[in-house]
Write a protein that binds this ligand. Structure first.
Ligand code: ADP
Ligand code: MG
Length: 460
């Protein structure tokens, strides 16, 4: 049933939507009148539940004629057993219980835990990597590679700005492959270390050792290849390393801080090698993903930090995951040293200089209402009033959403400013706007324009 439902949904949803949300759901079990699906994280569960429960139920009804309930269960690594994407390798032998997610501990590594790989950080694993809209393709590609090195996507290059998870992902490939096959030869280096070792090798006439080290591996992971710019000697060496490995179907994975096309000082032939396979990007995470990531870190570290504090950080630190973690680390240190619970006020105080958007404090809700109303040709009173016609309700929701985005007012405070509405109304409004943005690409530019005007207004 589920398989059939999945097939049909695939045709009905956009590719991106399908890959993003459905490639990571798999059948778990069923009870009377209820289908239980497994998803890889709580974030996924919440998102899918909110967005797709209706669609899934409808589809199941269509297929079965029964009103089935749908529930979700979080099982790590559900992806490995989920139906393969069309461009994923499908010649993997499936485990005997192909449809049931296999708990991680049942993997062959259990009785004979492999030692930590000397090049890799043990915590850079897929389990610890939160999948969100910003990294789904890259993460899926890396998981496919780690299961079938040399055949899935070869070479593969992951690019994106600082702190977005490149190193974490590329090392996860190594950790996963190593855990599942301790005989496999893996080398991970940064391009900088690769360069230094190469220079060193020439210096000490150890060229041969160097070649042996990098041309005799099954998986070569090179991080931050933008470092190779202007290093023509090292580029030449890597070009030959690349060819030697590629021709024998060994896996190559690279990361870079920008698309390869934007690397200036790189020889054309090496550039064309990098561009040959799959190039995937990592984007900055959206709010929900930032929240899911920090929530996971908080749970991992078992620190008593409330959701409202996590939310405060995530609303204000929008740049990348490294900055998010840094903000969290600071609060943890504070709590540890002073044995104090981190309240919202303390968090605001402690992170004043970290927040990328600190000076929005001069913006009032009234200003937001005025600019938004003007944009929609309404009066600010309409936004605060009781009328619920569509022409007013949606602009009102947008104004609430913007208020939450660019100020630090709580949902309760925002509700009060909007005619004494309840905080759940505000939450609902924000969700509504966010989900509209997912389906209506014209909405975000509109909101951005309004926000720009508010900011201009605010600095006058
Ligand atoms: P980059 O190499 O792109 O500069 P890193 O891989 O070093 O970024 O990531 C910075 C930090 O953020 C690391 O501690 C990493 O574990 C964490 N991180 C990045 N993306 C995620 C994610 N999606 N889920 C969990 N942690 C993440
Ligand atoms: Mg890195």
């Amino acid at each position: 049933f589920w398989q059939e439902a999945l097939n049909q949904l695939k045709n009905e949803l956009s590719d991106q939507e399908f890959v993003m949300w459905f490639s990571n759901i798999s059948y778990h079990s069923s009870e009377e009148g209820k289908l239980i699906l497994s998803v890889p994280s709580a974030f996924y569960r919440d998102q899918v539940k909110q967005r797709y429960t209706g669609i899934i139920k409808e589809k199941l009804y269509e297929l079965s004629g029964f009103q089935l309930d749908v529930d979700f269960i979080v099982t790590k690594r559900a992806t490995s057993e989920s139906p393969k994407e069309k461009n994923e390798v499908s010649d993997t032998p499936q485990p005997p219980m192909a449809v049931k997610p296999v708990p991680v501990s049942v993997s062959p590594a259990k009785n004979d835990p492999p030692k930590k790989h000397p090049d890799l950080r043990p915590d850079y694993t897929f389990e610890n990597f939160v999948i969100g809209e910003n990294n789904t393709l890259a993460a899926n590609a890396c998981m496919a590679i780690s299961k079938n090195p040399g055949t899935a996507y070869n070479p593969c290059l992951i690019y994106g700005g600082v702190g977005l998870g490149k190193t974490h992902l590329i090392q996860s490939i190594g950790n996963y492959a190593w855990a599942h096959n301790p005989d496999i030869k893996i080398a991970y280096v940064t391009a900088e270390t690769f360069t230094n070792e190469f220079i060193e090798a020439i210096h000490h006439n150890k060229n041969h050792q160097f070649k042996n080290k990098y041309r005799k591996v099954d998986i070569l992971l090179i991080d931050d290849i933008h470092f190779l710019q202007e290093k023509t000697g090292t580029q030449e060496e890597l070009f030959h390393t690349f060819n030697a490995l590629y021709e024998t179907n060994k896996q190559l994975v690279f990361t870079c801080d920008r698309p390869v096309s934007e690397l200036k000082q790189l020889t054309d032939r090496l550039r064309s090698r990098f561009e040959r396979g799959l190039n995937v990007d990592l984007q900055a995470p959206a709010f929900e993903t930032r929240f899911a990531i920090l929530k996971q870190k908080v749970e991992e570290k078992k620190v008593p930090i409330d959701d409202e504090v996590i939310e405060l950080i995530c609303r204000n630190v929008t740049t990348n995951v490294r900055d998010l973690e840094a903000a969290l680390t600071r609060l943890i240190a504070y709590a540890d040293l002073l044995h104090k619970k981190v309240t919202l006020d303390i968090a605001r105080q402690q992170l004043k200089d970290v927040f990328s958007n600190p000076k929005m404090s001069n913006i009032t809700v009234e200003m937001i209402q005025r600019v938004t109303a003007e944009y929609f040709n309404l009066s600010p009173n309409d936004l605060r009033g009781k009328k619920r016609t569509k022409a007013i309700a949606f602009p009102r929701q947008i104004a609430m959403y913007i208020t939450r985005e660019i100020t630090e007012f709580s949902t309760t405070e925002v509700g009060l400013e909007f005619g004494g509405r309840d905080h759940t109304t505000v939450m609902h409004a924000c969700q509504r706007v966010e989900s509209r943005m997912q389906t209506d690409p014209s909405l975000e530019p509109i909101i951005q324009r309004i926000v720009r005007q508010i900011k201009e207004y605010g600095t006058k």
